[in-house]
Design a protein around this ligand. Structure first.
Ligand code: SF4
Length: 317
């Protein structure tokens, strides 16, 4: 189904997470698009679409605004759905129950929840409100209400270690259980101009991951995610001129997702057998050969077999 994505930067956000600048990430500055404009766009569609609202805390807006944005999907062709990203702690208590009963009146595609970490210290360092227990409670509540969910996790945050990121996947996977697959997005933390993280970085209170560290950590998470009930739909922020111009430091690469895939592929093959030969779908061979043969080099490093021999041991099918 075709996507119609709208960005509503910072809509509903009650505070600013230290790393976030939605204007830079989405390239959208100025007032957010109104529900009326979205509804008018939806009326012009000829086929069902997935209407998406990203870039804010959708369900944290006031109830009337949430309803207006949701209503826009009713103007789209029959079969359309609405997907949104939101804060994970908004579905607690009776107000959360009310919100869920409102959402159930609409064709919801996916509710994507920003879960940068499940580590209390990391959440506090990033100025996130709500803690791990609230996140887990909300996930279970939404899961049991029958919604398809997505998780947006991060790596390289202040105070975050590779071990804590890996443990996040395991803890989230325990909640997914038989309800998956859930969607997963992995975002390496970047230092963006004008954010509090920039101040922390300049005062030497924060060190971002290197590109190689981020690619390696993402590869490990992709491997874990595959066995934990997730379907990875994105690794790395979408490339844009505004993002490129806003990055001050951190593991920025226009094709970061491909680096992560090359790492995941090398790890997978080395786990399969440390000696080869390795059979690989020819459509996926670029995961090994792309970006200067990064995947081949990593497989060589992991298996202690020369890159030349690795190339001979790869069987395309
Ligand atoms: S990360 Fe999400 S919740 Fe935090 S400021 Fe950005 S849009 Fe708002």
């Amino acid at each position: 189904m075709k996507r119609a994505a709208y960005f509503i930067p910072f809509q509903g956000c009650t505070r600013r997470c230290v790393y976030c600048d939605q204007a830079a990430i989405t390239g959208t500055d100025g007032p957010p698009i109104t529900p009326e404009v979205v509804a008018s766009d939806m009326r012009r569609l000829t086929d069902p679409a997935e209407l998406c609202y990203f870039g804010g805390s959708f369900a944290r807006q006031d109830a009337e605004t949430v309803t207006k944005y949701l209503d826009a999907v009713l103007s789209a062709p029959f079969g359309s759905v609405v997907t949104f990203s939101s804060y994970p702690g908004d579905f607690d208590g009776s107000s959360g129950d009310l919100l869920i009963s409102t959402l159930k009146q609409y064709p919801i595609g996916t509710i994507e929840l920003g879960i940068p970490s499940l580590d209390e210290d990391v959440l506090a360092a990033c100025h996130r409100d709500g803690g791990t227990e609230s996140i887990k409670r909300n996930l279970i509540k939404l899961r049991d209400a029958g919604f398809h969910l997505g998780a947006q996790i991060m790596i390289g945050l202040p105070g975050q270690s590779p071990e804590s990121s890996a443990s996040d996947i395991g803890r989230l996977g325990a909640i997914v259980g038989d309800f998956g697959p859930w969607d997963l997005r992995i975002y390496p933390c970047l230092v963006l101009r004008g954010t509090e993280l920039e101040v922390m970085y300049r005062e030497e209170n924060y060190s971002p991951l290197t590109l190689e560290e981020a690619a390696r950590q993402s590869g490990v998470l992709l491997r874990l995610a595959k066995h934990s009930g997730f379907r990875a739909i994105r690794v790395g922020l979408p490339e844009s001129e505004s993002l490129r111009n806003s990055v001050i430091a951190g593991p920025y690469h226009p094709a970061f997702g491909e680096l992560a895939l090359s790492e995941a592929t090398a790890l997978e093959l080395a786990e399969e057998t440390p000696f080869g030969p390795w059979k690989i779908d020819r459509k996926k061979i670029s995961h090994l050969t792309g970006h200067g043969g990064r995947g081949i080099a990593r497989l060589s490093e992991l298996t202690s077999i020369s890159e030349k021999s690795i190339r001979d041991l790869i069987l395309k099918f």
